[in-house]
Write a new protein. Structure first.
Length: 229
């Protein structure tokens, strides 16, 4: 009889967890956003669709900067921000494509060759600064990403990279789906953005890393404005 009773008992999926799986969806979202904001560092990996373009991200972010790579339309460039100073590192083709709107093709190629493989300083007054720095800004990026649209609800338990999670959805998934850790702090671990606007994973929460200024021979100060990119 005892064996029959034990077999018939449903296992509590929240047993031995941080307990957020027992909360309403809105409170889970609030707790995971708070955990993300308070973490000193995170790695963001995946795809984001913005302005009709798809960006593949692999970024490490912390409060005072970040580094990593971004790929869009087949072109990959590296970003490094330390405080307010932002650098972009890409090949000559990236810069040639960006500067090939008017002007001499030879002049564009000559300028691009000087930037090839170098950490190029991005002036704060350049139109590219806001676009590029957004990928390196932990607070700004997470605030924009960790948003579910519509009516929030929980949608069962799952695992992400071996970690137990609770799934939170907006409008049954059409407004986005977020996997929240049930182990340790309730960090967001995986996001499917609303409207098919990308899928991202989050890892390395709170794992600090160093940001190093490039050597002088690795750096180019192009001037007050970069070639269009």
């Amino acid at each position: 009889m005892t064996g029959t009773v034990l077999t018939g008992c449903a296992e509590d999926p929240n047993e031995g967890t941080n307990g957020v799986g027992r909360l309403p969806a809105a409170k889970i979202q609030g707790k995971t956003r708070s955990a993300a904001e308070s973490a000193g560092a995170v790695r963001v990996h995946g795809n984001v669709v913005s302005g009709g373009r798809t960006y593949a991200l692999d970024m490490r972010l912390k409060d005072d900067g970040g580094d990593g790579s971004v790929t869009s339309k087949g072109a990959t460039f590296k970003l490094l921000r330390i405080g307010e100073q932002l650098y972009v590192k890409a090949d000559a083709e990236f810069w040639t494509h960006g500067s090939g709107q008017g002007g001499s093709g030879k002049a564009d190629a000559a300028a691009a060759s000087k930037l090839d493989g170098k950490f190029v300083k991005v002036p704060q007054g350049d139109p590219s600064y806001k676009k590029f720095s957004g990928f390196t800004d932990k607070g700004l990026l997470l605030d924009g990403l960790l948003t579910l649209h519509g009516t929030l609800a929980t949608d069962g338990h799952d695992e992400e990279a071996g970690v137990r999670t609770i799934r939170v959805t907006g409008d049954k998934g059409s407004g986005g789906t977020l996997e929240v850790s049930l182990e340790g702090k309730p960090y967001p671990l995986r996001l499917e953005r609303a409207g098919g606007a990308g899928t991202l994973t989050f890892s390395g929460w709170g794992e600090d890393f160093s940001l190093r200024e490039p050597e002088r021979n690795e750096t180019v100060d192009y001037g007050p404005q970069l070639p269009s990119s």
